[in-house]
Design a protein around this ligand. Structure first.
Ligand code: NAP
Length: 278
């Protein structure tokens, strides 16, 4: 990392829902860093300008990339970590001392950490991933790292599931594409689609069709329920509530958000993150 640390931000579309600005404002304050963290909406159709936005932010600190630009961000990098190489997706970037654009995929560490916490020392067993975008790729690498006995990928557009499985295969990790909508028995099911970002979305998978012990929803947008003021951390998403109603241990994406955010601090500042503040 090099240069000033005054302006960070997250690039995506949509970005309005992102909790990253609030989370990192708290983190920067705890570290005593005087910097801002902004949201930069780059419409999906204008993906070509993602690189410009990354280089601009990297020169003043660094930042994050969210959907749908993580793949595009990986292609823009001058230097990348193994998790970026394996997933083809970048969610955290900064500028090196030599002025080069460097990136990591801290979603892998974030998802692995959150899953480990939910599994309480047990092996993950069979992991079914819903989705085939950047978050799904990170979930697949995280599951494999934790020693999953099988990784299955179900996606609305089947060819993307097949492509992700092939990419993982080239990097020595096995994954199997499956039909959509997802069905069958697994140990862990992970929602890595964007379904749930809007409260009118259908569930990403029905628990009539999918049986699991643990369900992790990477979405953290709260789906309001009657009587909730919108700030109850136990409310979760519509999908985690459907899982809990079936006796499945479930969590939304808040823990993943904090963990992937914390993993950016060594990259941006060369120090561990103030996790409690995040
Ligand atoms: P992405 O690359 O744009 O991929 C989106 C995925 O959602 C694709 O698999 C897409 O399927 C699927 N999808 C979208 N609309 C759908 C619909 N109507 N029906 C079925 N599938 C649909 O996005 P991403 O970067 O992987 O992110 C996915 C989600 O994970 C987002 O909600 C993001 O906020 C969340 N996430 C959270 C954290 C965290 O810290 N908690 C970290 C990473 C990601 P197609 O291929 O068919 O289009």
């Amino acid at each position: 990392m090099s240069g000033p640390r005054t302006r960070f931000g997250v690039i995506g579309d949509p970005v309005e829902h992102s909790l990253s600005p609030r989370m990192h404002a708290a983190g920067f304050a705890a570290l005593g860093v005087e910097a801002t963290y902004v949201t930069l909406r780059v419409p999906a159709a204008e993906g070509a300008s993602v690189e410009d936005a990354m280089r601009e932010l990297a020169a003043t600190g660094g930042g994050n990339v969210t959907l749908p630009h993580k793949g595009r961000a990986a292609l823009a990098l001058d230097e990348m970590t193994d998790p970026v190489r394996e997933t083809g997706a970048c969610n955290c970037f900064w500028q090196t001392d030599a002025g080069r654009l460097a990136g990591d995929n801290t979603d892998v560490a974030g998802i692995a950490g959150a899953l480990e916490g939910m599994l309480e020392g047990r092996a993950p067993g069979e992991v079914l991933i819903l989705g085939a975008g950047g978050a799904a790729a990170a979930a697949a690498v995280a599951a494999d790292r934790l020693g999953a006995s099988a990784v299955r990928i179900a996606n609305r557009t089947p060819v993307r599931a097949a492509r992700l499985a092939a990419r993982l295969g080239r990097n020595g990790r096995e994954a199997r594409p499956e039909p959509w909508p997802a069905a069958g028995t697994c140990d862990v099911v992970i929602n890595a689609t964007s379904l749930g970002l809007s409260s009118s979305d259908p569930l990403p998978a029905s628990f009539d069709r999918v049986t699991a012990r643990v369900a992790l929803d990477l979405v953290y947008a709260r789906t309001p329920v009657e009587g909730d003021a919108g700030d109850d951390p136990d409310v979760g998403t519509a999908w985690t509530r459907a899982a809990t109603a079936r006796g499945i241990a479930a969590a939304d994406g808040l823990d993943v958000l904090v963990r992937q955010g914390a993993a950016c601090y060594p990259r941006w500042f060369g120090v561990e993150a103030p996790v409690e503040a995040l």
